[in-house]
Design a protein around this ligand. Structure first.
Ligand SMILES: Nc1ncnc2c1ncn2[C@@H]1O[C@H](COP(=O)(O)OP(=O)(O)OP(=O)(O)O)[C@@H](O)[C@H]1O
Length: 611
């Protein structure tokens, strides 16, 4: 909703005063008129709770409070000078200003003969002139948890938000979604941002690895889990990975086909997700709150990477990857392919080993919780790490993209540079530096050497210089044996036929897949679901049908379907079996042995305010 209030012309400039009235702290109280209805008077109070509007008209008195938690921004507008040409540009995306013919105060376009000033307040309720400038100041301060003192508002963090948008995510509408449903709200909230549209797979990863990411207030991906994975792994390829994970919050605006992380965050915070996941996530980004998140260090035969969502072998991974061909139909592709795979069921031979999460404690509320001491990072970097990739930015322009080397005519950048909004929401030329031919090696604590080669993504893009590049992965030191050495006796090992093994550390693998119902963002637990060969089709059907509601695990668990809380695990498919998929965060990795261990609280993810 947007509310427009018009200030009485002759009222005197007041001062922001603090008073207590009926148990609430009143910062401002004044009389406003609603435009076109001069016989309607609004007595408005700005309190520590929100904006209380007392409407007095011929038909009586009505009172309404708009809570501060629902307000994302406000701006002062003036009547627009008559006869001024030009299009509404980005203003047209805002609900209201275009048809009301108002412009930013001090824009130079205002009608000086009309002394009226308008205060627009932008509020989103999901669940449930000078004077105007003064009100704006006080509201902006309060929504940033500050006490309003002075009549000017200076944002505490003037840095821009880095937005990395994948135009190929989901059904390919991320660009439109951002322009129509995200950018206008960022403008309303006066959140400065810089948008970069990815050109190919691994673009976001390189961007994060090579740029000065500390010059941004945070990073938001507009896409799915795949591009979030790129950002996290790009951070872990930096020599300053610890600082990057610690200082740079990463958020997600869901436009992918799975959107497991976005769905999990909404679930954990009790936020509505459908029917407007983009709006909820946008408001989360604007609020700027974050919490810590666990990451899982993943080792395959040739790569080390970090995962935030899941690792899978068999059924669910097969469905995820093989249904790619139905990408155009969006999230429904998973349901359709599940039916197909149930009919043509496969089993895989191999060995699964895990270190159980034994440190379960019973809390006061009787709930079982993991005490999480395992995997807490002690601030150590992988030993013996070497990097050939220390130049983070172009030496000529330091990453600004302004120099000749960097100016490749990359036009897919939009930047909202100033807090005054709509006019500065404009296309801008930019580019970024990508170092080539860098070589590096991965080292585990056991000092075995791993070399990682980023292969060209099957989803292609134009390829480019990243096809054969290798980069060093940093990150917390591993506490489990390398993949090439046997697991300790303290681990549990199962051998035989498996329909699938899927490890998850978020509640949802996708919007409709409530997989690990007890997962938290930062509890140090991997939920390992094992389905053994021999499971009946009806058991499997019940499992698949229960995934959307989180009722897929039988109670009590039976010998074929189990969900086990673990700290680390290893999957070793026996060679020669049927072709299958191994995935990390929904993206396919090489088929073969894979292991994961969880590190608690290592990253920071944007989350809604706790209600
Ligand atoms: N411009 C691009 N062209 C082709 N592929 C891209 C481009 N930008 C990013 N990618 C790749 O697309 C893959 C999928 O992206 P993303 O996760 O955003 O969407 P999704 O797969 O539809 O969603 P989800 O992962 O939630 O199912 C990522 O792994 C990323 O590397």
């Amino acid at each position: 909703m947007s509310i427009k209030l018009q200030q009485e012309h002759n009222s005197s400039p007041g001062h922001i005063q603090l008073s207590d009235k009926g148990g609430e702290r009143v910062f401002l109280a004044e009389t406003f008129y609603i435009s076109n209805k001069k016989n309607t008077v609004f007595q408005v109070r700005l309190t520590d709770k929100g904006l209380c509007l007392r409407k007095e008209s011929g038909s009586g008195v009505k009172e309404q409070t708009i809570l501060l938690v629902d307000i994302i921004g406000c701006r002062c507008l003036r009547s627009k000078r008559r006869g001024h040409g030009g299009s509404a540009c980005a203003c047209s995306a805002l609900p209201g200003p275009a048809q009301l013919k108002v412009v930013e105060a001090n824009s130079g376009e205002q009608d000086e003969s009309d002394a009226s000033a308008y205060l627009y307040i932008y509020a989103y309720i999901l669940k449930r002139s000078r004077q105007a400038q003064k009100w704006r100041t006080a509201i902006k301060a309060l929504i940033n948890d500050e006490i309003p003192k002075t009549p000017t508002y200076t944002p505490t963090d003037a840095r821009k938000l880095l937005v990395l948008l994948n135009p190929k995510s989901g059904s390919g509408k991320a660009r439109e979604v951002f322009q129509q449903r995200v950018a206008p709200i960022f403008v309303e909230a006066e959140l400065p941002f810089e948008l970069h549209v990815t050109k190919r797979a691994n673009y976001a990863r390189e961007f994060v690895r090579t740029r000065d990411i500390f010059s941004y207030r945070g990073i938001v991906v507009v896409g799915g889990d795949g591009i979030y994975f790129e950002v996290i792994n790009g951070m872990l390829e930096r020599t300053d990975w610890e600082r990057a994970l610690d200082e740079v919050n990463v958020g997600v605006i869901p436009c992918g086909s799975g959107n497991g992380l976005a769905r999990s965050i909404a679930h954990i915070y009790g936020e509505p997700y459908e029917p407007k996941p983009v709006l909820g996530a946008t408001l989360t980004v604007i609020r700027g709150r974050s919490t810590t998140m666990d990451l899982v260090r993943v080792e395959t035969k040739s790569q080390i990477m970090y995962s935030f969502l899941s690792i899978g072998w068999g059924l669910i991974s097969d469905i995820d990857i093989e249904s790619e061909r139905l990408r155009a139909i969006g999230g429904q592709r998973f349901t359709l392919w599940s039916v197909h795979r149930l009919i043509s069921l496969r089993t895989y031979q191999g060995r699964v080993s895990y270190l159980p999460a034994t440190q379960m404690v019973v809390t006061n509320g009787g709930e079982k919780q993991f005490d999480g001491s395992f995997g807490r990072v002690s601030g150590s970097m992988m030993r013996h790490s070497l990097s050939y990739n220390t130049a983070l930015d172009c030496p000529d322009c330091h990453g600004d993209g302004d120099c000749e080397t960097c100016d490749t005519g990359f036009g897919d950048v939009l930047s909202l540079e100033t807090s005054t909004g709509v006019d500065s929401f404009r296309p801008r030329l930019d580019s970024w530096y990508s170092a080539t031919s860098r070589k590096s090696a991965y080292y585990s604590t056991a000092e075995s050497i791993y070399r990682s080669v980023h292969e060209k993504s099957s989803q292609g893009g134009s390829g480019g210089d990243n096809e054969t590049e290798s980069h060093q992965m940093f990150g917390p030191a591993s506490k489990i044996p390398a993949l090439t050495t046997p697991v300790p006796d303290t681990w549990t090992t199962i051998e035989g036929d498996f329909v699938m093994v899927h490890a998850a550390y978020q509640t949802h693998l996708s919007t409709d897949c409530h997989f690990a119902t007890s997962a938290k963002l930062n509890d140090g637990i991997i939920w390992l679901c094992i389905i053994r060969g021999g499971v009946s089709r009806s058991q499997l059907l019940t499992f698949l049908l229960g995934l959307s509601s989180g009722t897929h695990i039988p109670t009590p668990q039976n010998e074929f379907i189990k969900m086990i809380p673990v700290q680390a695990f290893r999957i070793e498919p026996t060679s020669g079996g049927p072709p299958g998929c191994v995935t990390v965060d929904g993206e396919r990795v090489e088929y073969g042995p894979i292991q994961g261990e969880i590190f608690r609280d290592v990253a920071n993810v944007m989350v809604p305010a706790q209600s």
